[in-house]
Design a protein around this ligand. Sequence first.
Ligand code: NAD
Length: 271
Amino acid sequence: MGRLDGQAAWVTGAASGIGKAIAATFAAEGAKVAALDIDAELGERVVKEINDHGGKAIFIKCDVAREAEVKDALGQTAATFGGLDILANNAGIVQVGPLDECTEEAWDQLMGVNVKSIFFSLKHAMPHLRKNDRSYVVNVGSISSFVGQGSTPGYTTSKHAVLGLSRSIALDYAADGIRCNCICPGITETPLLHYHLNKTPDPEAALAARLRRVPMGIALAPEDIAKAAVYFSCEDSAGITGTSLVVDCGYITAAEWDTDGRTKFMDSPGA
Ligand SMILES: NC(=O)c1ccc[n+]([C@@H]2O[C@H](COP(=O)([O-])OP(=O)(O)OC[C@H]3O[C@@H](n4cnc5c(N)ncnc54)[C@H](O)[C@@H]3O)[C@@H](O)[C@H]2O)c1
């Protein structure tokens, strides 16, 4: 018995990184998964892998920043699976650079993908979610939902907004049987992390410097975040709504931290 048996789930940004892990873990827990992404080639590959391993998944190409596409994709998901129970809003992008060099177009693009997408998916999922006794909304924020990070003003703003939006959804739709929570990952080994690091003069040194500030000394695996997504998408988290779960190997626990050596976590097989 999987923890998500019979549930129909929507996962955005499912072609890569954390979204890919959420889609695969949801399917392994018994959910029928609609995997959404703008990258059709990678997205189709993820869905094939899930189905080859005995799961049930469909891929829908969708730009989550476009309302009409989100509405259509949600309709297709509910029609294919006979309903919708779990909305996992994970798709996100990062932009690196100072605010005074940011264009209006770039700012709008970032807010569209990271924030407006959640508004669109919630809005158009509601007719389907209202049919359920229980539904689950899981939004992916970041440690940047709580603290700033250099040279990412738009990203930090967008991730603070994701946390605020998650709280608002939790309040306004509790009466509809919906619980909404926000997962806030720290440094997670994905293409997005490397895109960010590659903006620095020495990406390897930049990663090492960041990890020295992490008490556990390691980067997270996307699967670590996916486990938290499963928790918020079933009754294991009954009674929890409007909250955030920081999954960051201790990164934002300390204002200052510098590991003076290897931790046991660095030597563990999963590290
Ligand atoms: N990797 C990290 O260290 C980290 C840390 C904190 C939070 N996060 C958050 O986790 C989420 C997933 O990030 P990731 O690291 O897995 O990144 P990733 O780049 O590996 O995956 C993101 C996916 O989103 C898709 N996407 C981008 N724009 C889209 C759009 N308009 N419509 C549909 N899909 C779109 C991409 O094609 C990609 O497949 C993001 O919200 C990110 O902000 C990541």
